[in-house]
Structure formats: C-alpha cells, structure tokens
Design a protein around this ligand. Structure first.
Ligand code: 9YT
Length: 129
C-alpha cells in the first residue's frame, strides 16, 4: 500500500516546476499502478501548448478558472468541478485566468522526470532516471 501527503512531495524530485505549471507527482511508473497521479498547479495568466502524443490524460479541476482550446476545435471553460479527458490525444492550449489546481491521471504512467518538449509532447520514457 502507498500512502502520501502532498507535503511529502513538495520540494522533492517528484515536484516538477516549469514556467507555466508545477506538478506534484503522487504515483509514477515505478509504483506499478498502471497510471500516474498528479496534483498540478497551472500558474495564473499562463498559456501552455500541450500534445500528449504518447499518453492519455484525464484532468479534474478543483481550484481556479481558465480554459482549454482544442487546436482546430472547441474552447471549453474550466472551473472547479470540470473534468476533461484527452481521449483522442488532442493538441491543445491550456490557459489559466487564475491559478488552477488540477488532479491529473496519465496512462501510461509518467516515469517522473517529464516536461513538455518543443512540440508540447511528453516522450515515452521507459526507465525512471
Ligand atoms: C493539466 C496539464 O496537462 N498540466 C500540465 C502538467 C501535467 N498535468 C503534469 O505533468 O502533471
């Protein structure tokens, strides 16, 4: 069994900070759950281009407001209680009007070190560095 508090993760190698988001990663590939589970902060006023070419992601907003624009498609408003699932590997822009806090689940699980590359993609990483 795996039991953690958020404060066990903040400031460790499982707390990944970027200019537009930070991701506190509760469960990763090495936990062998078949998915990864993250508590993610999307920073106020930011826009992030994302394409999870190699992963499926579900996102549940629990704090803040913003929007997701699917490239070539619709724009959906985000507020607490909204869930979106990128079931078709949709390319998208994620914008935060205020700081947003999102619970994210990835399949396949992230290994832990991923940040988006210049294409907005997380590469497939087989081994946790
Ligand atoms: C909602 C979203 O995709 N945020 C970017 C970070 C990602 N969820 C992660 O690595 O936790």
């Amino acid at each position: 069994m795996i039991v953690k508090y958020l404060e066990d993760i903040v400031g460790t190698v499982d707390d990944i900070d970027t200019p537009t988001w930070s991701s506190r990663r509760f469960l990763l590939q090495h936990d062998q759950m078949g998915f990864s589970l993250h508590d993610t902060i999307i920073k106020e006023g930011t826009e992030t281009y994302i394409w999870y070419k190699n992963h499926l992601e579900a996102v549940y907003c629990i704090e803040g407001e913003g929007e997701i624009e699917v490239v070539g498609g619709e724009t959906y408003q985000i507020r607490p209680g909204k869930m979106y699932a990128l079931s078709g590997h949709e390319k998208h822009f994620l914008r935060a009007r205020s700081q947003m806090r999102m619970v994210c689940v990835f399949n396949p699980p992230l290994t832990g070190r991923e940040v988006h590359d210049e294409e907005g993609v997380y590469p497939i990483m087989e081994v946790r560095p």
